[in-house]
Design a protein around this ligand. Structure first.
Ligand SMILES: Nc1nc2c(c(=O)[nH]1)N[C@H]1C(S)=C(S)[C@@H](COP(=O)(O)O)O[C@H]1N2
Ligand SMILES: [Mo]
Length: 182
């Protein structure tokens, strides 16, 4: 009996610090791990970790489920993330740049298109975010590490789950010539 208790105590003594260290190590690895790649026609392609994203302002949006209940998603503004790779908005977003587009890709292979003005607060009040929390909790496993939230978009087809990559693609526009008049 005594031996068993000693053995149990020894096991616990060994396990507790190991578990605590494991947890610390795991959360550290998660924060330093690349969660998002920004590539394509951007001035500075980036590989971002959660630590990089944590430096951006937090934004939250309230969305409606089909049954009428509300869900609050929280994360960072998609345009702010693209700015980390040198993508510019506002006054700069006009002319030939209006034919460039963002492709958001997910771990399961889904890729979805957004036009840049859809993300730009100088064009629209709608705030499209890359969320990492839902109703104050981490995203469900089916949506991690990041999900695009498009408030008020009635169909959720572009609410991409498990986002891995943002790529900016060149459009086909050339500088517009003067329209001919007679
Ligand atoms: N990665 C990924 N995201 C995705 C999809 C998908 O197939 N893969 N389906 C989309 C579609 S068509 C819908 S309707 C919504 C469903 O989201 P919900 O489970 O929150 O209702 O997720 C969207 N996001
Ligand atoms: Mo869907």
């Amino acid at each position: 009996m005594r031996f068993r208790i000693t053995l149990l105590a020894a096991c616990l003594a060994l396990l507790i610090p190991t578990a605590a260290f494991g947890q610390r190590a795991a959360s550290h690895v998660l924060k330093a791990e690349v969660v998002l790649t920004i590539q394509g026609e951007v001035p500075t392609p980036r590989k971002l970790t959660f630590d990089d994203l944590a430096k951006l302002p937090r934004r939250s949006v309230q969305t409606k489920e089909p049954d009428g209940s509300t869900v609050v998603y929280e994360g960072v503004e998609l345009a702010e993330v693209l700015k980390l790779a040198g993508v510019t908005f506002g006054e700069d977003l006009k002319g030939v740049r209006l034919s460039t587009f963002l492709l958001v890709s997910a771990a399961d292979g889904l890729s979805v298109v957004f036009a840049l003005p859809e993300l730009d607060s100088s064009y629209t009040e709608r705030l499209i975010i890359l969320a990492d929390r839902r109703d104050g909790k981490p995203l469900p496993a089916s949506e991690v590490p990041l999900r695009v939230i498009v408030p008020d978009e009635k169909r959720k087809s572009r609410w991409v789950k498990q986002v891995t990559t943002l790529s900016i693609n060149k459009g086909v526009s050339t500088m517009p010539k003067k329209v001919k008049t007679r």
